[in-house]
Write a protein that binds this ligand. Structure first.
Ligand SMILES: [Zn+2]
Ligand SMILES: [Zn+2]
Length: 334
């Protein structure tokens, strides 16, 4: 079963040494980038293909864990201290604040609330390990999260995640500006980000253990360099280089050229020929300019030219099948 500490251990083994040399700013920018991609996938795949969400989800979660390690904050303890099976504001489960959309009524004894949260947190731990599946727990406290997700898709979670990311940065900045600032405020912000992330997992992957997904993702160590201790260069990751992309586009171009050679033998094919020739021009432009948009447009143009061909002759030739396969690869990397 997933525990934050176990997943943290996986990240620390692979990236611990490497992350020591990275700045908070560098790590925060990657956390933000991966979270942005995560929100893009959850909004795109509402109710559809969820497999694409998994990788980017684990990458976001990993950066969150790496940042906690950088700041020497126990993310698991921060999370369960803030959300020990009850909402920290109304000390109820399910939360009453979100049902009534107003502040809880009984905020009179702040010290008693704090004590109750502390006791609840302690009761969750058994020999130093929390005995509860956090994604399920957080959605039990906040069942409205699931209702909102079911009605509006991932937009609400996405905006809340970015709100919390902003607050994390603010808290980190205050730590530098304000000499009386309590570092525990950062713990709270990290816990909030984790809460929204775990809520997402609990909703989208209700029956899939997050711990297993993390282990699978890192089964060969770092997925970019395949080392048990990452040796990737900074800013590398699995970024597709311009030359990789141009190579893929050139393969598509060569196969289109074959297609033109065959097509041009029959004068009836003038329409197809025009589309294929225009596709070649677009690929040339994209390779020359190096622009992402040009590359995407050229792939889309080849796609529509192929659709046009298959519309008239649904049976694919060997060259067409190969072209289709190469186009599919290019589509993924442009
Ligand atoms: Zn509440
Ligand atoms: Zn690596």
């Amino acid at each position: 079963m997933f525990t934050v500490a176990k997943a943290n251990g996986v990240i620390s083994t692979i990236y611990g040494a490497k992350n020591k040399e990275l700045s908070f700013e560098y790590m925060y920018s990657f956390l933000t980038r991966k979270t942005a991609y995560l929100t893009r996938e959850i909004v795109r795949t509402d109710g559809g293909d969820k497999s694409k969400v998994i990788n980017v989800y684990i990458e976001s979660l990993s950066w969150l864990m790496a940042i906690s390690q950088k700041l020497e904050i126990d993310l698991e303890l921060s999370f369960f201290s803030k959300f020990p099976t009850i909402c920290p504001y109304c000390i109820s489960s399910p939360c009453i604040c979100s049902q009534t959309h107003r502040k809880p009524e009984f905020t009179s004894n702040a010290r008693a609330i704090k004590e109750e949260l502390f006791q609840k947190k302690n009761s969750l731990y058994h020999f130093g390990t929390p005995t509860i599946y956090a994604p399920e727990m957080i959605n039990k406290i906040y069942p409205s999260n699931k209702n909102i997700y079911n009605i509006f898709g991932g937009f609400y979670h996405s905006s809340r995640l970015f709100e919390e990311l902003g607050e994390l940065h603010e808290a980190y900045t205050k730590l530098h500006e304000d000499k009386f600032y309590n570092k525990n405020n950062i713990n709270d912000e990290l816990a909030d980000i984790l809460a929204w992330m775990l809520s997402l997992w609990g909703i989208i992957f209700k029956d899939k253990d997050l711990g297993e997904a993390v282990d699978n993702y890192y089964i060969n160590g770092c997925p970019s360099c395949n080392n048990k201790e990452c040796i990737c260069n900074n800013y590398s990751g699995r970024i597709i280089s311009t030359s990789d992309r141009n190579e893929a586009l050139s393969k598509v171009k060569a196969l289109i050229q074959n297609e033109i050679d065959v097509t041009s033998k029959d004068p009836k094919n003038s329409n197809v020929l025009l589309k294929l020739k225009s596709s070649i021009d677009s690929i040339d432009d994209a390779i020359k300019s190096g622009s992402d948009s040009d590359a995407r447009r050229s792939v889309a143009e080849v796609d529509s030219a192929l659709a046009f061909i298959f519309q008239n002759t649904p049976e694919k030739t060997e060259n067409q099948s190969e072209l289709y396969g190469e186009l599919d690869k290019s589509r993924k990397i442009v």
